[in-house]
Design a binder for this molecule. Structure first.
Ligand code: SER
Length: 312
């Protein structure tokens, strides 16, 4: 990827932080411009350029694109599902206006490639729940999900109308130990490992049998970079690709943790996030991603559990 300069907006978030470090290791720190609403500390700040910017500040982002001669944009800034239900208008503004800002800048400034994440939240209660197809009924009923569904339409529209090379993945719940998620419905699958290590016990806000599609962070990062590096003629989906690795419920994570920590205790205090989870698929058919650009996941539940418990 010689000659590319990549701007990552939302570089301090759960996915943005690891994506930034991965790309910096691969392509050199100075070619990857990290940007977020608040400056980070540590390696993210020390390993390359950082710009403090709000994704809603279109003129400010334009200035950054000019300053560094940016050729690719990753827009990772978003408010997740649970917080979005508490602040619907803010969520819509951040998720939707933020996306449209970057799509429009990408068009105006002849950005070579743009990435934007969608989510399993773009599906809804009327979507088939098992092996959810790439193309299916989508009637999301959270503001986060509605913004992801509408965002997918905007991406496809910019591609069809202007030939913008915009690419996207419908991430499942992402599990990681470096940066914690905030305000999501799938966050339990991260918290459970931290609490297992710290306290030997966890109280889960989703029901024991709530199956959801999930993925370990190294797979999510690799999927993102592989999609972005695939040649454009391989990309047949310009809304967002279904992407899968594993599906599990809280009881299954508990069992997996007990293989390494036999005394781990798991109990349940179900809250409003259960209702959100019930509207999402239990498993995802991602054959299109596998067929088009060779997607293959590496981590299953036990492999992830072992790695998480080694690191948290
Ligand atoms: N992980 C997200 C959430 O729970 C779904 O994309 O909101």
């Amino acid at each position: 990827m010689p000659g590319e300069t990549i701007l990552i907006i939302g570089a301090c978030g759960q996915i943005g932080a690891e994506l930034t470090m991965f790309l910096r290791h691969q392509y050199g720190g100075s070619n990857i411009i990290a940007a977020d609403i608040k400056a980070p500390g540590g390696e993210l700040l020390e390993s390359g350029p950082f710009e403090e910017i709000n994704v809603l500040d279109q003129a400010g982002i334009a200035g950054i694109i000019d300053k560094y001669k940016v050729t690719q944009i990753y827009n990772m800034a978003a408010m997740l599902s649970a917080t979005g239900e508490r602040f619907p208008h803010k969520a819509w503004e951040l998720n939707m206006e933020g996306l449209i800002n970057t799509l429009e800048l990408a068009r105006e400034k002849n950005i070579r490639k743009m990435y934007w994440p969608s989510s399993i939240a773009a599906f809804g209660p009327t979507t088939p729940k098992v092996d959810t197809p790439q193309i299916t009924i989508m009637e999301p009923n959270t503001i986060y999900g509605i913004s992801k569904q509408a965002g997918e339409r905007w991406c496809e529209w910019y591609h069809q109308k202007f030939g913008l090379d915009v690419r996207s993945l419908r991430y499942p719940g992402i599990i990681s130990y470096k940066t914690q998620p905030g305000g999501g419905t799938t966050d339990y699958a991260v918290d459970i490992y931290f609490k297992a290590k710290a306290q030997g016990a966890y109280t889960c806000f989703l029901a024991h049998d709530m199956m959801l599609p999930m993925m370990y962070m190294p797979d999510a990062i690799r999927a993102t970079v592989e999609l972005m590096e695939a040649s454009a003629d391989k990309i047949s989906v310009r809304s967002s690709y279904n992407l899968a690795a594993m599906s599990f419920n809280p009881a299954m994570v508990g069992e997996s943790i007990r293989k390494y920590m036999p005394d781990f205790k798991l109990d349940y205090e179900i809250d409003f996030r259960q209702k959100i989870a019930e509207t999402w698929p239990g498993s995802i058919d991602d054959h299109q991603a596998r067929q088009d650009w060779g997607w293959k996941h590496a981590y299953d539940l036990d492999a992830m559990t072992k790695d998480m418990l080694d690191h948290v």
